[in-house]
Ligand binder design. Structure first.
Ligand SMILES: [Zn+2]
Length: 254
């Protein structure tokens, strides 16, 4: 069976002598692994379109064994992300999050679109913390973990909301917060920012002025929320902390 799909290349790794095993996020097929045959040969036409951070149109042959990439065309290469440490670090972080959180074969077209949008902004405009927060929030929302912000998830009260309960996925009022475990305190500014991230376009999010305190609180909240839902299944915490602290010295992007 043959298939053609637009795809974001998440990573590739050595596979047999002249091949690579490529992990991709396809627009309509979701995450998939496929072999790029002969890619290590200097004249391979696939070389340019299966590097990490590429957006490519790929042709596949799907059989009983591994999927094979037979042809490809590069649509966009977010190459500036390799030019400086910070952009590379965060582009790798985005790819790692996708790799660890997506199930194979499940399409998430909205997340696909927002990933392209974030990669494009990171490539052209550089690092902005709100860009990364926007991606993290979009990932959570598209995986079905939208935080419930406007009422207490235990009693339904709409005012006096104090903390966010990670296990319940939403806010708790002052009365209910006493029975909370795994709760994160959120200021009104941070709460408004979380609401904005989940409902606004990236161009709007990028222009918002955020206090240092709220920026830190927001980063902490999203890190904890992502960890809570993804760590147990994917051991994400370790990967996140490594990526956030430093880029591995021997990272090979191709
Ligand atoms: Zn309550």
């Amino acid at each position: 069976m043959y298939l053609r799909s637009r795809a974001i290349v998440i990573k590739n790794m050595d596979y047999r002598e002249s091949d690579k095993l490529v992990t991709i996020f396809c627009e309509h097929e979701g995450k998939m692994k496929a072999v790029a045959r002969g890619i290590k040969k200097p004249r391979s036409s696939l070389r340019a379109c299966v590097q990490p951070f590429c957006h490519s149109s790929l042709f596949f042959s799907r059989g009983k064994g591994m999927n094979l990439i037979t042809q490809g065309k590069l649509l966009e290469f977010y190459g500036n992300t390799r030019e400086d440490f910070e952009r590379s670090l965060y582009a790798l972080y985005l790819m790692e999050l996708l790799d660890k959180s997506l199930m194979e074969g499940i399409a998430i077209p909205r997340l696909y679109t927002s990933t392209l949008e974030v990669l494009s902004h990171l490539n052209h405009s550089g690092y902005n913390p709100m860009l990364i927060r926007y991606f993290e929030m979009n990932l959570l929302v598209n995986l079905g973990y939208s935080p419930l912000l406007h009422h207490c998830v235990l009693c339904g009260k709409k005012d006096d909301l104090k903390v966010f309960s990670l296990p319940d996925g939403g806010m708790l009022c002052r009365d209910c917060s006493y029975q909370a475990s795994g709760a994160v305190s959120l200021s009104k500014e941070t709460l408004a920012l979380i609401g904005l991230l989940g409902s606004s376009r990236l161009v709007t999010v990028e222009r918002v002025r955020v206090s240092n305190k709220a920026q830190k609180e927001l980063e902490y909240f999203l890190e904890k929320y992502l960890e809570y839902y993804l760590e147990r299944r994917f051991n994400l915490k370790k990967a996140m902390s490594i990526l956030k602290r430093s880029m591995p010295k021997d990272t090979h992007l191709i």
